[in-house]
Design a protein around this ligand. Structure first.
Ligand code: UT7
Length: 325
């Protein structure tokens, strides 16, 4: 019997022009290129120019995705934009993007699940498509974390970068098997008792200011490996597939050590893992769509490949999804 699947029709990404190498941090902080590379795998990251907003990055990524899909803004019913660094408290950055790409109908909204935001957006887009509420959905992860970094805290400021990635999903009829193209399963989780491990020390209703990012890195690290592996396994089980079926893991790009340990825990070899953290740093909700788009452009990910995507971040919020490209 035929089932509705959310199938990828195109993707795109954008990175701001300014590249910041690890050495730049060593000029003002007690840190080094060696420490950052060894502990995180990060070599460089991109920072948005002065005045360049999250919606500007999202616009470039969205335009590239539309071009890749051979579509215009008016071919979309819905935009879901995942960000923890919106242009303004309101309106949503998604509605700014909607207008910028010339989309005159449908609806657009933001999702806030920090680094897991793209997985949450993917799950919501899939639900809208599978339930018949939308036919064509663009999901975007876009962030300007350089705006909320404490540049005096060496434990966090070297980790993050700015960027955006976008994916267009469209309803297609599948057979209801693991051979179908499209999103085959999603698994979302959060646990608010871990709020204090990774947060921004400001906000509209608390301090009436933006605040800066604070993280207990080691604690987040410990949760990351176990929660990502277990969510990945749940998503595979829900899809009726196993780790041997995976062509590519496309993980959240926070730390190469987390990426390696999670892959090992899942028994997937590193030559099946897309890694971009060395060039992008941690771009929060943008990291997975950026990695997807880069891997497609490089010819790594091809039509028909089975992908596992997984992410964890502030909340804690985490999740995974299985999709056939
Ligand atoms: O995207 C959301 C999810 N976030 C993550 O997944 C991040 C998870 N956490 C991590 O990736 C790692 O915990 C970090 C990269 C943040 C830190 O690495 P670590 O191996 O856990 O280091 P640590 O925090 O245990 O610090 C070890 C030492 C400390 O010095 P002492 O106390 O041993 O003297 C730190 O002060 O390294 C020091 N340190 C640094 N040294 C040079 C911390 N940051 C730096 C730095 N340069 N940038």
């Amino acid at each position: 019997m035929g089932v509705i699947r959310a199938v990828v029709k195109g993707c795109g990404h954008y990175l701001p022009e300014r590249v910041v190498e690890n050495e730049e941090f060593a000029k003002t902080l007690d840190t080094s290129d060696e420490w950052i590379r060894a502990r995180t795998g990060i070599e460089r990251r991109h920072f948005a120019a002065e005045g360049q907003k999250t919606s500007d990055l999202a616009y470039e990524a969205a335009t590239n995705a539309l071009k890749n899909a051979g579509m215009t803004g008016d071919d979309l019913d819905t935009i879901i934009l995942a960000t923890a660094t919106p242009d303004q408290t309101f309106p949503s950055t998604a509605t700014r993007l909607q207008h910028a790409i010339g989309m005159t109908g449908g609806f657009a909204f933001d999702i806030q699940a920090v680094c897991a935001g793209f997985i949450y957006a993917l799950a919501n887009a899939t639900a809208l498509i599978e339930s018949g509420h939308a036919k064509t959905v663009m999901i975007v992860g876009a962030e300007t974390f350089s705006r909320i970094i404490d540049f005096t805290d060496r434990g966090t400021c070297v980790l993050f970068g700015d960027g955006a990635g976008a994916l267009i999903l469209q309803a297609e009829t599948g057979d209801g098997t693991g051979d179908d193209r499209g999103v085959l399963s999603t698994d979302l989780n959060s646990d608010g008792k871990y709020n204090d491990l990774l947060y921004v020390d400001g906000g509209v209703s608390s301090t009436q200011s933006t605040g800066l990012l604070r993280m207990q890195g080691q604690e987040v690290f410990k949760h990351a490996v176990s929660k990502l592996a277990s969510s990945g396994e749940t998503a595979l089980k829900l899809a009726g597939l196993s780790a041997e079926d995976i062509d590519w893991i496309v993980p959240h790009q926070a730390n190469l050590r987390i990426i390696k340990r999670t892959a090992k825990k899942m028994n997937v070899s590193m030559d099946k893992v897309v890694v971009t953290v060395q060039d992008h740093g941690n771009t929060s909700a943008a990291s997975i769509p950026l990695a997807l788009s880069v891997a497609v452009k490089k010819g790594q990910i091809k039509t028909g490949d089975l992908l596992l995507v997984e992410a964890i971040g502030g909340g804690l919020a985490w999740g995974a999804a299985v999709l056939r490209w």
